[in-house]
Design a protein around this ligand. Structure first.
Ligand code: IVH
Length: 677
């Protein structure tokens, strides 16, 4: 009887270990979640009835009891070295030349690996069972984190195949980028402080006293090195060693590559840098190791690191700098956005001097204060972000930042409408900041497209007092402009030509340019198609507007509110007097309407760098065809348009099964409306 039970227990455990390995290590599941659950349920029930038969490596035994003491020190069986860094191809070449000098010949081969940005761990298996896991510590003595590492599904509790008597493996625990994003989304929902970055969060997660907390964190691991081995096969290269680790059921990064010359190492480094954000985890470089273990032995170690390996560090995407002050900007709709003024810092390939802080709630959640040392991040094409303060460096007497009660530009009250995150200036267009943004937007490419009328010229015209609203732009004359310093015939003629040209823009552009709340390109085109003239739209009721396909009550209300405002009615009248065309002459041609419907009801996200389109152009092209462009990939996204260096959105799309279009496919989409090849 017990023999039957024991046999069944062994079968169930074996099947579950195998399923875990297929799922977490190979990323290639063999049985369904439901089948897995059924096996697990049966195992749990049997173990409940026969608790004396529970073994330590049973798949049910991942989450143990909380610790009540500190993490015990663990002496590593073999020292955990760190790596020397190189930061340029020249330094890499110098490293290689040193190897050749020491050996008397070129190394016979190398293994190139990704440098995972996580935390180093050493895991010991005795007779194939996980018996201990430890942090690196000072390299000789680390901390016992066995209970927490056991909760990581990608770490097998039992090795497969023919495990040696003893093996100590080294690797990197990390938090997948998507898991980190999900964790922070949850924090924001709870109104809690966001976590700083995946690396620190992973490190914090394995140092939880309660393994159940660690288990919640979706950590994963890559193993990249064997330490002490007793009774294993004869292995003579790092590449064979990696293969053997994989055979034992350990999660070994498939991005590793054996090469035999310097040019191939350099190519690997270049690829790693280019694909930096194409992984589901963060990397901060590449590691190059001499492949032959005898050559490794001959090369030996310095006090800190092996001579046979080197880390090629990619430039950091996070740096610390001083948050000098928090200022605010009033946008064209009156929304007040705080931003960080930073001591300039070079990060992620550019110098950053300021970064948006979004809103007051966000500043309080992150707890960043003027004067703080802050972590600044710019990854790939992502806009720079203040991640959070370095609290250990906070000076005494810093004060939390609060939104000013009065607008510093116009002196009117700033209010926070109920239920909204964004504060608003109540000064209307009397607020110089709002007016400036409004004029800039009016003339910008998405609006009336007046070339040469950027911030600089807007600022000049405002300070000279020659414009006060968009209609004034059309009354500018050469004599006035020629009077300004630095303005000659050519620049004046160019600007006046562009202004003249803008008078004839289609109604939809004029509507977009007017900056009515909730009226972007798509809504503007729908309004223009329905009313054909601005005066007709001014007379429209909310009901009439809501009847338009794709326009809801919120937009309709906003349009009517705008139309009822005497300032806006006056503006429209003066635009007309200045010669701006307020109606679309002929009904749009059939192809226009056809084009407008091509992508109707479909939603896209654009990421990465496209060759033939700026982000704004790509967005406009989609919107002109009736499609929608959103900022983040979800299950409702029709497709992701991905250029070079697409970043985490690509991973998200792939994980959700959202189709991904490259530039060729995107062009086809614009032409035919089809997303298939
Ligand atoms: S090998 C003796 N390989 O980088 C060689 N380390 O800066 C020891 N790391 O402490 C390390 N990815 O935490 C190695 N593929 C990789 C790695 C890697 C990340 C970490 C590891 C190490 C640190 C050194």
């Amino acid at each position: 009887m017990t023999a039957d039970i024991e046999r069944r227990l062994a079968e169930l455990r074996e099947a579950l270990h195998r399923a875990n390995h297929r799922y977490y290590v190979l990323d290639d599941p063999e049985i369904s979640d439901a089948e897995f659950d059924a096996l697990l349920r049966e195992l749990v029930a049997l173990e409940r009835d026969y608790p004396e038969l529970i073994t330590d490596d049973s798949p049910t035994q991942r989450v143990g009891a909380p610790l009540d003491t500190a993490f015990a020190p663990v002496e590593h069986l073999e020292r955990m070295f760190s790596l020397d860094n190189v930061e340029s191809i020249e330094e890499l070449e110098a490293w290689q030349a040193r190897l050749t000098r020491t050996l008397g010949h070129d190394p016979s081969g190398y293994v190139c690996e990704q440098k995972i940005d996580g935390l180093a761990v050493s895991i010991t298996y005795a007779d194939g069972r996980l018996v201990q896991a430890a942090t690196r510590g000072d390299g000789r003595v680390g901390e016992d984190i066995t209970a927490n590492v056991r909760t990581i599904d990608a770490v097998p509790l039992r090795l497969q195949g023919d495990p040696p008597e003893l093996i100590e493996v080294r690797g990197e625990i990390y938090m997948p980028v998507a898991a980190f994003a999900a964790l922070n989304a949850r924090q924001a929902e709870l109104g809690e402080k966001p976590y700083v970055n995946p690396r620190n969060t992973a490190a914090g997660s394995v140092r939880q006293k309660d393994p159940a907390k660690t288990a919640e964190r979706s950590l994963s691991i890559w193993l990249y090195q064997a330490g002490r081995v007793v009774g294993g096969p004869d292995i003579s290269t790092q590449s064979d060693s990696l293969e053997w680790l994989a055979d034992l059921g350990l999660r070994v990064n498939p991005a590793s590559r054996r090469v035999t010359d310097l040019a191939s190492i350099e190519a690997y480094v270049a690829e790693t840098e280019k694909g930096r954000h194409d992984n589901e985890y963060e990397i901060d470089g590449a590691v190059v190791k001499v492949d032959d273990l005898r050559e490794q032995t001959r090369l030996g170690f310095t006090a800190k690191s092996p001579r046979w390996a080197v880390a090629f560090k990619l430039p950091p995407e996070e740096k610390t700098t001083t948050l000098e002050s928090i200022e605010i900007n009033v946008g064209r709709t009156g929304a007040v956005t705080p931003y960080a003024v930073l001591e300039p810092v070079f990060v992620g390939g550019v110098t950053i001097t300021n970064a948006t802080l979004h809103n007051e709630g966000e500043i309080h959640r992150k707890d960043v204060r003027p004067g703080d040392t802050v972590i600044v991040r710019r990854a790939g094409d992502v806009i720079p972000e203040v991640v959070g303060p370095v609290l250990s460096k906070r000076q005494k007497r810093t004060r939390a930042w609060d939104m000013p009660a009065m607008c510093p530009f116009c002196g009117n009250p700033i209010v926070l409408p109920a239920g909204e995150a964004k504060a608003r200036c109540t000064g209307g267009y009397a607020c110089p900041s709002r007016l400036r943004e409004y004029l800039y937007h009016f003339a910008s490419r998405g609006g009336m497209d007046i070339e040469g009328l950027g911030y600089k010229t807007v600022d000049l015209l405002l300070s000279e007092g020659v414009i006060g609203d968009p209609a004034d732009i059309f009354t500018l004359d050469a004599a006035t402009l020629l009077g300004f310093e630095g303005w000659g015939e050519v620049s004046v003629n160019n600007l006046l030509g562009a202004i003249e040209g803008a008078k004839d823009q289609p109604l939809s552009r004029l509507l977009t340019a007017l900056g009515i709340d909730h009226v972007g390109g798509t809504v503007a085109r729908a309004l223009a198609n329905r009313f054909r003239s601005l005066p007709a739209m001014l007379a429209a009721t909310e009901e009439q507007i809501t009847e338009i396909d794709g326009i809801g009550p919120e937009i309709a209300r906003s349009v009517v509110q705008w139309s009822e405002d005497a300032v806006n009615r006056d503006l429209v009248a003066r635009l007309g007097e200045a010669g701006v065309r307020l109606e679309d002459p002929e009904p749009e041609t059939e192809t226009d309407t056809e084009q407008a419907a091509l992508l109707a009801g479909r939603s896209f996200v654009v990421t990465g760098t496209l060759e033939g389109f700026s982000r704004a152009d790509a967005k406009e092209a989609i919107e002109q065809r009736g499609g929608k462009v959103t900022g983040s990939v979800s299950g409702r996204t029709t497709a992701l348009v991905a250029g070079a260096s697409p970043g985490s959105k690509l991973a998200k799309a792939e994980s959700l099964g959202v189709p991904v279009l490259d530039e060729t496919a995107f062009n086809r989409l614009l032409e035919t409306g089809s997303i298939d090849g």
